[in-house]
Structures are given as C-alpha cells and as structure tokens.
Design a binder for this molecule. Structure first.
Ligand code: FE
Ligand code: FE
Length: 321
C-alpha cells in the first residue's frame, strides 16, 4: 500500500469538498415550518398580530406550492448559465403564468383572515384581483428587471407568490449539480441577495453557515466570521444581539439567543444570522422579520441592512430599494 503526504493547500481543498456547498429547500416543509415559526414567535412579540398575518401568508404559500406545476430551467438555460458562471433561473427568468394563481390564493387567504384589520383585508382582495398585466409589471419592478414605482403595500404578497414560483423550481433541482457563483453574496440559482444566514445543526450541514436566498430559498455555504456583503473577515466582523437592560449582558429574550446580527466595520452593513443549535425551529425569513428591534438598534449605531427583507417593503423617496 502506498501513501502520500498532502500539502497544506491540498488539505484545505479536501476540507472544502467535504462541506455540502448547496442545500436546497424541501417543498413539503419549507413554508409549513415557516408558518409554525411565525405563530410561535407571535406569542411573546409586541408585533404578534403582524407575525400571525405572516403565518397566514406562509400557510397560503405552502398550499400554493403543493399545487404548483413544475417549471425548471431548460437544459439550454442551464448549460448557458454554467458556461458563463451565471445563475440558471435569474430574476428575468420567464415566469410560468401559474404564479398569478399563487398570488390570488395568497390574497384571498389574507382577506379571509379572522380579526383582520379592514385595510389588510382590502389589500388581500385588491391583490387577489390584480390583472395579469399589472401583477407582472409589479413583479418585474420588485425583481429589479423593470424600472418604475413599487406598490409597497402589495409588495410583500407579490414577493410571497414569487417565492412560491422560484421555490417550485429550486426544490426540484439536485444540490450537487448547482454551481456556486464567483460572487459569494448572491444566490447561485437566481442571483438574488440572501435575506439572512443560518448555522445548521443537523448532519450533514451541522456547524456550517449558509446564506438563505430571499427568493428561491436555496442555501449556499459561506465560511463563518466573514461579511456576506463585502467579504471582510476577522476583526472587522462582530456579532451583536439585544441584551437585557438588567446589566447582566445576557440576551434580552429567547429570540435574542438564536438571532444575532453579523456586522462589518469595512462596509458598515449587517445581515442577521440564526442558530439552529440555540433553537431548532429558527427560520431565516421569520426570525429576521420578528427581530425588527435589533434592526432599529443597529440603525442607531450606524449600520445599514445589506439587503432588504422580501416581506417588508418601505416607501423610499425615489421608490428604489
Ligand atoms: Fe435564489
Ligand atoms: Fe462588509
């Protein structure tokens, strides 16, 4: 038997290969678990009613995804993307018309909510009745492929329907066949920025940090203690959470143990990072939205969100994000 000694560079390469680079969503559980998480977070939250509304949206997404017809990048789209190291189902990817049915279903689910404020019910009805043309125009603006004003009230429901469309595809792909991009801060499947990071606790992903796509729910690996926006690492990266105001320095509540902000001194931005080992139920989308108090604190300290939340849109002076 022969043996050989690995050079340091080879050891690192082998270690990198053993890490699952891509984790794709499970269409049977993604939105159902997110709904459960929103419900759980709502119990002790000052924005509980809002989180329960999001739980209803996630339940509608789950139902819509179950009925969603299969749409996948064609072999030609995939090989062209691979050749140019581009995402195979980018924001400008032609949408299956069924995305509009998902939008209607989500709008109707919101309108039918018990104890729903009348303006929210009206929003649900309005979105459910949007014409295909108007819905497509708004979708293109949200995805950044067409110029124009975003309907910020309807945007969260539109994004929820677009998540169904893109997740219907990402959940049918094979992780080993997804090629990471040269830009680590963008989703290798759709090219959108991540909403947040998750450090997973179950094998084969245990202990690894993944960025979670805001659109297609694909997760891709990024080493820990590295800024997902500019790539800075080491002492420029810090972790911040809300602490109790009793002087102990302990996390303010259960949510604050499992959710932190990864801040960067180089680009003065942050993204949240959630830890499954602290709470197995964490969800990057739900926990990011439920921890708005942390965003307010970070803004006071001069940090800006690296990218927005897909289900939270604010009107800006130029209607751009
Ligand atoms: Fe994506
Ligand atoms: Fe940075």
């Amino acid at each position: 038997m022969t043996s050989r000694i690995l050079e340091p560079g080879q050891i690192e390469t082998l270690a990198q290969r053993s890490i699952p680079r891509i984790r794709l969503p499970d269409r049977d559980t993604l939105f159902a678990r997110r709904a459960e998480r929103f419900e759980a977070l709502a119990v002790a939250s000052p924005i509980g009613a809002y989180l329960r509304l999001q739980a209803a949206v996630a339940r509608a997404q789950h139902a819509a995804l179950a009925d969603f017809p299969g749409t996948l990048p064609t072999p030609a789209q995939r090989s062209a993307a691979q050749a140019h190291r581009m995402p195979p189902m980018p924001a400008a990817w032609p949408r299956a018309p069924a995305w509009r049915d998902a939008l209607s279903a989500i709008g109707r689910a919101v309108a039918a909510l018990a104890d729903c404020p009348v303006e929210v019910a009206r929003l649900g009805e309005r979105v459910a009745l949007l014409s295909m043309e108007d819905a497509d125009t708004q979708a293109d603006r949200l995805l950044g492929v067409r110029e124009g004003a975003v309907d910020t009230a309807a945007a969260p429901l539109l994004m929820a329907a677009l998540q169904v469309h893109w997740t219907a595809a990402s959940s049918r792909l094979v992780a080993d066949e997804v090629q990471p991009l040269d830009v680590p801060g963008l989703c290798p499947l759709c090219g959108m920025p991540p909403v947040a990071s998750i450090v997973r606790a179950q094998a084969p992903y245990r202990g690894y940090r993944y960025l979670h796509c805001a659109l297609c729910a694909c997760e891709w690996h990024l080493v820990r203690v590295q800024c997902s926006q500019c790539g800075a690492s080491g002492k420029d990266v810090a972790y911040r959470s809300l602490v109790a105001d009793d002087g102990t320095g302990e996390p303010a509540g259960a949510l604050d143990q499992a959710v932190r902000a990864e801040t960067c001194e180089q680009c003065s931005s942050y993204r949240k990072i959630v830890y499954q080992e602290k709470d197995p139920g964490v969800d990057p989308v739900a926990d990011d939205l439920a921890s708005l108090a942390l965003d307010l604190l970070l803004a006071e300290h001069g940090y800006a969100r690296a990218s927005g939340h897909p289900l939270l849109w604010q009107a800006e002076p130029d209607d751009a994000r």
